[in-house]
Design a protein around this ligand. Structure first.
Ligand code: ADP
Length: 548
């Protein structure tokens, strides 16, 4: 500033030797106060300061501050000091005449003489307010005395005031604009923050260094993060290592593909419950399309899955009721129609009569079996199928089951070849084990051709670690029947699933036997599965634990 002072002193050609000391003091004061304008940031105060400086250069009866509109050539009175009615009118006249525009564009402090018709009016001094080439406005001074011309020094001082005040006013305007923009920005920010906070989904954003830049309360709740100051923390420090690996992969794929959606089973750190999470991540760009991080929306799918589960259950129940009704109706219709035939039949045809009675008998058995199986299903579903586990001799149980099926085997001349050693014991419920054997051997008989053989054999599987000490017994029932297609090998263990060679003919049975076998064996710590080759036969295996 010292240099500027010297420069301005020389600009004004002040000859320190000769100039009047009081002029020099005046100049120094004006210069000092003008300089201080740079420290003021409010237009109100700037004007007060101008009003204080001007009388040191020229005495006035009124001062006005006109500002140029940003995007037009209009000037409007922004502030005034002692502008009474006459001066105000004068001011408006100047405004209308385009005087401000003309003086400001000339960038020169000007003394404007009064219009000819206003005989008593005094001239006006207009000081352009400039920042470089930009016009900010003008200070309009109504001198107290009638002056005919401005001396050079006063004119230079006023020009200096115009420049300093112009810069200060422009800065003040920019500050005010900035303050308004900041206010708009901060209200937009708080609007956005409120919106993000009120979203039910969890939202987490990270910058390119992996530091968290956004973390709403939903994500805090879903992930059970108790830290209040997640913002600014690297996400690697906030979560357990397994979830961090998942997030690393998610963000990495997002970088290559732009967006990415993955599911993750998240263990809640407080409740320890496993939550099915769906995370959808997208890349964040700045205005120049540079990657600045990623944002992920996190949804807890628990409710969604529960809803899906209940819907599925409902659907299964409906399907079950419809299948059961169908299964019940078929034998009942058959029984009913044969009874009708028998009612009208000649008593003299005992052969046909006997045949029909046998059909009725068979269909009734089928009905009884279906109802028994349904009762078993219901018991299993209610968790009431209690097995009385004891040490059971497998060979003995198998022989008892075979005896029950002897009639069927003899009818088809099928050999049941039992190769079980007689000292094999397992932990099982004897009656339930008979049910398993009867179903599996019964199926083998049903799907095998006449004169074939069914082999029943076993294999011991030793317990392989300290947790599983018990030995297992694997029992196989192998037939030479029609076989089962590969894609049905798993589904046949589901309820009502039967293999249909011809979609129009339904195999004998209800499709419940294997499901029941599986439930019985699972309950006793065993399992069941099948291997098969079409037209060559099937082997059903099941396992049971042996006592230690
Ligand atoms: P069901 O025999 O009463 O129909 P299961 O649940 O016992 O019911 O058997 C389901 C289906 O599995 C049968 O309908 C049949 O299609 C197939 N299946 C079971 N055992 C055999 C077997 N030994 N050979 C060929 N198919 C079989």
């Amino acid at each position: 500033m010292k240099e500027l002072l010297q420069e301005n002193l020389s600009d004004l050609n002040l000859d320190k030797q000769t100039q009047d000391q009081s002029d020099f003091e005046k100049y120094k004061n004006v210069f000092k106060e003008t300089r201080q304008l740079g420290d003021i940031h409010q237009s109100e105060e700037i004007f007060t300061c101008i009003v204080k400086i001007v009388p040191q250069i020229v005495e006035f009866s009124g001062v006005g501050l006109v500002e140029k509109e940003q995007y037009s050539d209009s000037y409007f009175l922004k502030k005034e000091h002692h502008l009474d009615g006459e001066l105000d009118k004068h001011m408006r006249r100047l405004e209308r005449s385009g005087c401000f525009k003309w003086v400001c564009e000339s960038e020169t402090v000007s003394l404007i003489p009064p219009a000819k018709e206003l005989m008593n009016a005094k001239p006006v001094i207009i000081v352009p307010l400039l920042t470089g080439k930009k016009i900010v406005g003008a200070v309009v001074i109504f001198p107290k005395k009638k002056i005919m011309e401005l001396n050079y020094k006063d004119s230079e001082l006023l020009a200096l005031l115009g420049t300093q005040a112009g810069i200060a006013l422009e800065n003040a305007r920019l500050n005010e604009e900035m303050a308004i923009k900041n206010q708009v920005l901060s209200s937009m920010r708080s609007y956005l923050e409120n919106s993000i906070e009120s979203v039910g989904e969890g939202i987490i954003a990270v910058d390119s260094d992996g530091k968290i830049s956004l973390f709403n309360s939903s994500v805090r709740d879903i992930l059970g993060v108790e830290c209040d100051t997640a913002i600014g923390l690297p996400y690697k420090e906030l979560f357990d290592p397994e979830f961090v690996i998942f997030l690393d992969q998610l963000f990495e794929s997002t970088l290559t593909t732009g967006e990415c959606q993955e599911e993750y089973s998240y263990q809640h750190p407080v409740t320890k419950k496993l939550l099915p999470l769906e995370m959808h991540a997208t890349i964040l760009h700045d205005t120049e399309k540079k990657h600045v991080g990623a944002i992920a929306v996190c949804r807890d799918l628990t409710e969604h899955q529960e809803l899906y589960h209940y819907r599925k259950l409902d659907q299964l129940k409906d399907e079950f009721i419809s299948t059961v009704s169908h299964e019940l109706r078929t034998p009942l219709t058959s029984i009913k129609s044969f009874i009708e035939i028998l009612k009208d039949m000649e008593t003299s045809d005992p052969v046909s009569r006997n045949e029909f009675l046998q059909i009725i008998d068979k269909e009734s058995d089928r009905l009884i079996q279906l109802i028994e199986e349904l009762l078993d299903i219901s018991k299993i579903n209610r968790g009431e199928m209690n097995s009385e586990i004891s040490i059971v001799d497998v060979d003995n149980v198998c022989k008892k089951s075979m005896l029950l099926l002897k009639g069927v085997a003899d009818k088809k001349n099928i050999t049941l070849d039992l190769k079980l050693s007689d000292d094999l014991i397992v932990l099982s419920d004897e009656n339930r084990l008979i049910q398993v054997f009867v179903n599996l051997i019964g199926n083998a008989l049903k799907f095998s051709p006449e004169n074939s053989t069914i082999n029943i054999w076993s294999e011991q599987i030793p317990g392989n670690n300290s947790l599983q000490k018990n030995n297992y017994l694997k029992i196989a029932i192998q037939d030479e029947g029609i076989g089962i297609p590969k894609d049905s090998l798993k589904t046949i263990f589901e309820k009502f699933k039967q293999v249909r060679e011809d979609p129009s003919t339904k195999p004998d049975g209800n499709g419940l036997g294997l499901w029941l076998c599986k439930q019985i064996l699972l309950q006793q710590g065993g399992n069941i599965w099948a291997e098969s080759e079409r037209k060559k036969g099937s082997t059903f295996f099941f396992t049971l634990q042996q006592p230690e």
